[in-house]
Design a protein around this ligand. Structure first.
Ligand code: FES
Length: 104
């Protein structure tokens, strides 16, 4: 297993990033980097409420490891995608969602 810390924080102190990509979040173009999660990219854009409950209460990253399902968003039209477990890709379209969505 590779040492992730050594890859992300080399001894010279510079943070290495993946290739720059363009994504859209709620229709707004944003910059992100390969290797980042959708949740991370959204939070970098100031969006921490990724979905709402059925009652309208905001929800965002809680566990950050795919267990709690608090970070559900729509990615390229696929609803209920865990933002913390999905990696950004060039041209990805991300949307926050209200409550649980049922695909028809
Ligand atoms: S933050 Fe818990 S599943 Fe994504």
């Amino acid at each position: 297993m590779p040492n992730i810390r050594a890859v992300r924080l080399p001894s010279d102190g510079n943070i290495e990033r993946g290739e720059a990509v363009k994504i859209t979040i709620n229709g707004v173009i944003a910059n992100a980097y390969e290797g980042e999660s959708v949740a991370g990219a959204m939070m970098c854009e100031g969006i921490s409420a990724m979905r709402t409950t059925v009652a309208g209460d905001p929800r965002g990253v809680f566990c950050g490891m795919g267990v709690c399902f608090e970070c559900l968003v729509s990615v390229d039209g696929i609803t209920n995608t865990r933002a913390c477990m999905t990696w950004v890709k060039e041209g990805m379209e991300i949307r926050t969602q209200n409550g649980l969505q049922v695909d028809k």
